[in-house]
Design a protein around this ligand. Sequence first.
Ligand SMILES: [Ca+2]
Ligand SMILES: [Ca+2]
Ligand SMILES: [Ca+2]
Length: 356
Amino acid sequence: MKQIYTILCLCLTLAVYADSPYIYRVFEYTPAPGQFVNLLPEYEQGDDINMMRLKAEEAIADNNMGMISLGGWGGYVVFGFDHEVKNVQGAADFIIYGNAFYAETNPNTDAPAGGSSEPGVIWVSYDSNGNGRPDDEWYEIAGSEYNNKETVKNYSLTYYRPATDHVATPSKTNKNLIDTTFIRYEDNQGGSGYINKLVYHTQSYFPLWTDDDEMTFTGTRLPNNGKDESGNGSYYVLYAFDYGYADNHPNTSDKARIDISWAVDADGNPANLQGIHFVKVCTGEHQQCGWIGETSTEILGAEDLNMPTSLTATQKGNSKQQVYTVTGVLIGENMPVEKGLYIVKTGNKAQKIIIK
Ligand SMILES: [Ca+2]
Ligand SMILES: [Ca+2]
Ligand SMILES: [Ca+2]
């Protein structure tokens, strides 16, 4: 009898694992100031930090493939899966979907891959205390630029809200920059400057759901990747780094895939994680490229790449019922008559069903 009970427990664990390969929950959404902030997702009067978190969740969870912007350098989102994303040895484990694309009309024909690559630095965490919350240790995914001497670790940047009586300073040479003293920033390396306001985006760039007059972010700053290939400021190319970042390569590229084995601890040693539950993505670039403005990482979703294929969600909108055994073998569309534990999947939702 005890043996039967154990088997049932194992089955339940399997069934929970089978829920969804996509983002389950957004725990925190804290963009840095930027041209898409208050637009992606849209701020509406009265929205507080939790409402904005829910809007971010609605956009990127459950394979919805909406889009959120993390704003300028340091802005971030924290999301989680409903199961442990396993670190499969020798294979990529998950992908974060962004809106990066390669330029097809780069005047520099010998250039490497690039176009609109806005790399976000990825951190991962295992739910060590088992409470379902991202309050455990974070490990950085050491992407291709981790040991680049231009990468700055423990970079810190503070953005300041414009004063209520702020007067815009339009650029004298670039009509697209309607305020060159818009959002002041200072870093911990002696650097300072302003995020420009662009003629295309005239809303507040400072998150409207916070009362704070300044926002400070700390993390990894990647080398600048933008280059004016026209020589006259009309055509910028943001080059892709080799691997290990979000919103860096197109979603269809193998180079957009992330291997949990790349995770390192604070000293740069391999973290040797067996799996992860939580992911944090931070805008990694602190640069402005003329008329296209500051570089900001965008996120559309994320997916566990190694769930059993027979259990992963079918095409969105397909509401046909499918019945599986607990080991993932498809039985058919009708409920079985034999006693046992089954997984019934309708669209993206999977449920455990016990036939007694
Ligand atoms: Ca792996
Ligand atoms: Ca935890
Ligand atoms: Ca982007």
